[in-house]
Design a protein around this ligand. Structure first.
Ligand code: AMP
Ligand code: MG
Length: 438
């Protein structure tokens, strides 16, 4: 038996990022840069106005204040996008819009608020400081400077900066294409009525969704019977194109029904292990085929498969995509204690509440059971209980690994609090559930 940490370390030491690809910026969101990207142009590209107003020479307006306004003739308008070179003659002004190029000879912008705003001649009521409201060429970044360093993951702001700096294509770590395979004679594809003794394949759709939510491509999801030949052939087929394969089922200690284990044992660097955790004890992992594709064989029980994905597969796929995954846990107080297996890390699906002090409180979504998919679906996260703990006591604080975006959890809690407050107000008015205002 190995620890959760040991198994995770093993996976992370084996998994390598997929190959680099060149992608147009429009398709690079979410990818990780493999090269520094240099700015093609200065940013801003040219001196431009930061305000709607008038481009002037500051020296022409010395001494101007609300008691001593001064008139300047206006040469015309310069709008954003105006590419004509304009020159400002002494004693004159150009009306200018935000983002428009500053005319040659101007050294300040008078905001429209400090003028009477007229188009042909303008009355200026406040003298600008030299350089006022001019965005200088290159003040954000100079051409040739590094916009973003290699290793940066491209979120919206990064995509924006690359676009501004003139990047058309970027070199990034390619998308990770993941094949999800369920195994089990008892499985029927989701959505098709299951016959006697059969159940719906819930792991397949669940893990495909988990893969997508982690930012990767689930390129195939399907299910296989417990047939050695079919499992061998299907895995072999996908090794030619997949960047990772995730299977569920067939890896317990059950012997002849544990066909995944039987078929893959001894292949590549495949290793089947017991990990000191609950749920999720039987785990297998290895690099298979000439492309050394990471293959994760997860246990079949749905909650075990979900926990295994979160704890092992998600960080390993992040590494495959060139990034790192460290879960940010939420501290939550235990309201009612429970038992925890000795020597095993326990992952308990919990729903979060907010206790009167404002802290999160966690409540298991149901009795322990790695088959309880429906109750796990009510969970906001997985509460982690350390190996040595056998009794989780009320009042203790646990780290909860969110299973949904924290903003979504907060949205529900706030909605519940609002409903409580409304109910309390209504009861206080003695009006039951009827609102005072119609
Ligand atoms: P196994 O790991 O194959 O022994 O399966 C353990 C339990 O998980 C059994 O009760 C299976 O029926 C169930 N199971 C396995 N695969 C799936 C699946 N894809 N969807 C739902 N339940 C499954
Ligand atoms: Mg099975």
């Amino acid at each position: 038996m190995i620890t959760v940490q040991q198994h995770l370390q093993h996976l992370l030491s084996e998994v390598r990022p997929v190959r680099e690809v060149q992608l147009p910026l429009s398709r690079a969101h979410g990818r990780v840069l493999t090269e520094d990207v240099l700015a093609q142009t200065d940013l801003p590209r040219f001196d431009c106005s930061a305000m709607d107003g008038y481009a002037v020479r500051a020296a022409d307006l010395e001494g101007v204040d609300p008691e001593h306004p001064r008139n300047l003739p206006v040469e015309g308008d310069i709008a954003a996008g105006d590419g004509t070179p304009h020159t400002l003659l002494p004693g004159r002004a150009w009306r200018i819009l935000t983002g428009a190029p500053v005319p040659e000879g101007a050294d300040a912008i008078v905001p429209v608020e400090d003028t009477d705003g007229r188009p042909r001649e303008v009355l200026v009521r406040r003298a600008p400081e030299g350089g006022a409201h001019i965005r200088r060429r290159g003040e954000d970044l100079a051409a040739g400077d590094v916009v973003l360093a290699r290793g940066t993951r491209l979120g919206p702001a990064q995509v924006g900066a690359l676009a501004a700096a003139g990047a058309g294509e970027v070199a990034v770590i390619g998308p990770v294409r993941v094949v999800v395979l369920s195994t089990g004679d008892e499985l029927t594809p989701a959505g098709i009525p299951a016959g006697a003794g059969h159940i719906a394949d819930s792991n397949g759709p669940m893990l495909a969704a988990a893969v997508r939510e982690a930012g990767h491509y689930a390129v195939h999801a399907g299910h296989l019977p417990d047939d050695a030949g079919q499992i061998r052939e299907t895995v072999r087929h996908h090794l030619d194109h997949a960047d990772a394969i995730v299977t569920t089922g067939g890896v317990s200690m059950g012997g002849e029904y544990d066909v995944v284990k039987e078929v893959l044992s001894g292949e590549g660097s495949m290793r089947f292990t017991e990990v000191a955790m609950r749920p999720g004890k039987p785990q297998g992992f290895g690099l298979l085929g000439r492309r050394r594709v990471p293959v994760f064989t997860l246990p079949g029980n749905p909650v075990s498969a979900l926990v295994s994905f979160e704890v092992f597969v998600r960080p390993a796929l992040a590494r495959r995509a060139g990034s790192r995954y460290h879960p940010v846990t939420l501290p939550a107080l235990v309201t009612h204690g429970w038992e925890s297996p000795e020597g095993k890390r326990q992952f308990v699906p919990v729903r979060l509440q907010r206790d009167p002090s404002g802290a999160y409180a966690c409540v298991p979504t149901g009795p322990a059971g790695s088959h309880r998919m429906a109750s796990a679906a009510r969970a906001d996260g997985l509460a982690e209980v350390a190996e040595e703990v056998t009794e989780v006591a009320a009042g203790e604080e646990l780290a909860v690994r969110p299973l949904r975006p924290v903003v979504e959890i907060e949205a529900r809690l706030v909605a519940e609090e609002e409903r409580q407050a409304e109910l309390a107000a209504d009861t206080g008015n003695g009006r039951g559930r009827h609102r005072w205002r119609g």
